[in-house]
Design a binder for this molecule. Sequence first.
Ligand code: ADQ
Length: 506
Amino acid sequence: MSLASQDNRQSFKRLVVVSNRLPIVLTRNPEGDWEIEPGRGGLVTAMAPVLRNRGGLWIGWPGTPGELDLSEALDAASRDVGYRLRPVALTEDEIDGFYYGFSNEIVWPLFHDLQSRCNFDPGYWRTYCQVNRKFVETIAENTEPGDYLWIHDYHLMLVAPGLRELGFNQNIGFFLHIPFPPLDLFVKMPWRFQLLRAMLDYDMIGFQTSRDRRNFIQCIRALIKDVETEGRGRVLLIKAGGREIRAGVFPIGIDYKAYELTARSAEVADAAWHIHEGLPHRQIILGVDRLDYSKGIPLRLEAFGTALARYPDLKQNVSLVQVVVPSRENIPEYQLLRTEIEQTVSQINGEFTQAGWIPIHYIFRTLDRTELLAHYRTAEIGLVTPLKDGMNLVAKEYCACSLEENCVLILSEFAGAAAQLQRGAILVNPYDIEGVANAIYQAFRMTPAERRLRMRRLRQSIRKQDIFWWVDSFLHAAISTHLGSFPVLEDYQPQVMMRKHPQQPE
Ligand code: ADQ
C-alpha cells in the first residue's frame, strides 16, 4: 500500500476550502448596493465541482475592508454558485499588517529568494497572528465533524495550530502556491520556529515542486528536534512531535479544455487576427505578468533590448507585447517597479524605433478573457522569465491557447513550471541577459517542424496534468478520496449562475 493511502481512509461529508480571498468580485453599484460576481480563477474552477451541490463551503476575506452587511448578497451568490460562502471581515489596519505587511512584505519576498526586499516589522507578525486567529474562529463557527478542511497558501500558515488549540483533531490539508525557500534563506525569518511548527500541525502539506518540498524538509530537519522522514515519490511521511504528516508534490494545472475551447471561439479568433493585423509581417513575443518584482520584467526588457542590438535581423521582424496587470499598488516597492518598467520600455523604444516599427508595445491593465486569450493565441513566442515562481500559470495558459502549434515557449528555469515543461520549452536563466537574448533569437529562427514537436509535447503534458488532476491528486493523497466522492445532496437545488445580485436592476 502506498503512503498516500495508508490509514487516512475516513469518510468526509463535505469539503471546506479556506483562502485569503473569497472567490468573488465585490463591487458597489451607483445605487450603493453590493454586486457580486463569481471569481474565475483556476482554483475556483477546479474546486467548483467538488463544492457544488455537495454542501461545500468556501471561507475567505471578501476583498473590501470593514464589517459589511454582505449576508444577503453572499447568500444570493452562494445560491448561484451552488456552495456556501462565508466571509472573514478584516479592518483596514488588519489588511495593512496581515496582507500588505506580513504576507507581501515578508513571506512573499523571502520565499521568492529576495531577502533584501523584506521588511521584518514585528507589528506585521502580530497582525498576521491576529488575522489567522480570525480565520480560525470563522472556521470553527461554520464547520462540523466530517468536514475536510483544505487551507490555501502563505497567508494562512497559522490556521492549523489555532484549530488544534480549539480541540480540532480532524484531518487538515494545506497547499503552498508559492515556492518554499532554501534553509539559508528561511533561517532569516524572525518567526521561523513558529511558522515551521505551525505547518507541522497540518496533516498534508502540498508543494508545487520537489525542490520546494526538499527545502522544507531541509528546514525542519535543521530547526525542529527529532524529525524523521520516510518514503519517496509524490508523497513522503514526516514524523515529528508524535504526529505523522504527509508532504506531497502536486504541480498546479489549468482548466486546459476550457482554455483550448475558448481560444477556438470566433470571438477570440477575431480578436487575435486584429492584434496581428496591427503588427503585420512580424513575430509577436508576448510577456504577461502581474506587476511583481518576482516576475523579472525589467531584466526581460533588457534582454530584449540586447537581442535587438546583437541580432539586427530581429529589427522590424519582431515586436514584444508586454502586458502588466496592476497589483499591490499600495506597496511602495510595486510603485517603484512600475516606474522602472516604464522607463526601460521608453529607453528601448527610444533607441530602436524605426518608421513603421515600435519594438515594445506596453499594456498596463487587466485584459478581459477574450483579449488575453487572443494575445496567447496569436503570439509566436511566449516569454516567461520570472526570477522565481511557484508554478506560473501564464506559461501553461499560453501553450493551451497555441492552437496552431507554430510557436515557442521561453521559460525561466526558476519557475515551478520548468520541472514539468523542460522537454518542450527553451529554458533560460532570467538573470543571464545575454542568454535570454540568445534564446529569443533561437526561438525567432526555430523551424515550424521543431516548434510543432516541442509545442505538442508541452500541450500534452499540460492537458494531462490539468487542474482537475491536481485537485484529485491532492485529495487522493490527503484523504484517499477522489473529486467525485463527496456525496451529492439530494435536496440541493442550485440555480443557474447569475452575474448580479437578484435585487439589482439589470
Ligand atoms: P500568480 O503570482 O498570480 O499566482 P500566475 O501563476 O502566473 O501567477 O497566475 C496569474 C494569473 O493571472 C493567470 O491565471 C493569468 O491568466 C491571470 N492574468 C495574467 N495577466 C492577466 C491579464 N492581463 N488580464 C487578465 N488576467 C491575467 C500564484 C503563484 C504562482 C502559481 C499560482 C497558482 O505566485 O506561482 O502558479 O499562484 O498556484
